[in-house]
Design a protein around this ligand. Structure first.
Ligand code: ZN
Length: 306
């Protein structure tokens, strides 16, 4: 029997937030439509953060509104606080994703709060969203769960404490993020096991960056631990404006190639992903784009999972 793995595209959020130029709204909308056309069903389309800090995200409300009109696409917006969650709700987002950094230094840089002050903010967001008419899925991600360019090593016990706090705050799902991309496969095994032992099935996705070239090796470790949702960005864009040294996300095209070749069904069409790269190139003509599949072409030997 073919198993399904969800590939969750974060390019329009994580990928654009450190781009040097700003992608025009109209091209961003066409890009997201091209991603949806390629079969991506989970897309993080932007973040509700002050445009002064992240000007690439100034059009997120318009992007959420156009994205929810795409059939079958589950639209997520990143929100750092209650105000952002209220904006995401008003725009019609299906889900909000809240970053909670395990590292004290990154937490202060990213949200101006300590990790546990941010866990408390997550509690306020959950309480507010549960009081609204429309159902919105709430996920929180433990950022810098595998190392931090500001604070260095992150003890597994610290990740577990934050994950437990988030589960207690009532989120639907807790993810683990290698925000700077310093994690390695043994660490993925260790942290996933420890967090699952603490919060059980509330543990959801892995969000990995390819800073050290270990992104897909880390995916494999996650698969072995039973993780079935992975974040990635088309052309491997990405990074965090508040985490120096972080390089791009794992590459959607390469991830899909690996998963489908291994027999995991993603529902994503590789040729159409390459088409979506062209729209991305049009919107960000001067940004470097990554990915082995696009460089090498789809091999003749490739057979998607049934
Ligand atoms: Zn990221």
């Amino acid at each position: 029997m073919t198993e399904t793995v969800v590939v969750r595209e974060v390019g329009p959020r994580d990928g654009l937030q450190i781009a040097k130029s700003i992608m025009p709204t109209e091209i961003k909308q066409r890009w997201i439509a091209a991603l949806a056309d390629a079969g991506l069903r989970e897309i993080e389309v932007g973040s509700f953060v002050p445009p002064k800090l992240v000007p690439q995200m100034a059009d997120t409300a318009a992007i959420v509104r156009s994205s929810i009109a795409l059939p079958g696409v589950h639209v997520t917006a990143l929100v750092p606080n209650l105000r952002g969650a209220q904006d995401a709700y008003a725009a019609g987002a299906h889900a909000v994703s809240i970053p909670v950094s395990v590292s004290e230094g990154h937490s202060r840089a990213n949200t101006n709060r300590t990790p546990f002050e941010q866990v408390a903010e997550v509690g306020r967001i959950v309480a507010w969203i549960r009081g609204q008419e429309r159902h919105v899925y709430v996920e929180a991600g433990c950022a810098t769960a595998f190392g931090c360019s500001i604070d260095g090593l992150i003890p597994t016990a610290a990740v577990v404490r934050v994950a437990e706090g988030l589960a207690a705050a009532g989120v639907d799902e807790v993810g683990l993020a290698d925000t700077v991309g310093y994690g390695h496969p043994d660490q993925i095994h260790e942290v996933v096991r420890a967090v699952r032992a603490a919060i059980g099935p509330k543990l959801g996705k892995l969000h990995l960056h390819d800073t050290m070239g270990l992104g897909l090796a880390n995916v494999l470790a996650g698969l072995e631990e039973g993780i079935r949702t992975f974040d990635s960005a088309l052309a491997g864009l990405g990074g965090c404006p508040f985490a120096p040294g972080a390089l791009g996300n794992i590459v959607t095209e390469d991830l899909v190639f690996m998963l489908e070749s291994m027999g995991y069904s993603t529902g994503i069409d590789l040729e159409k992903l390459v088409v979506a790269r062209a729209v991305l190139r049009e919107g960000l003509p001067n940004e470097p784009m990554y990915g082995q599949l696009a460089r090498a072409g789809i091999p003749k030997t490739f057979r998607p999972a049934a």
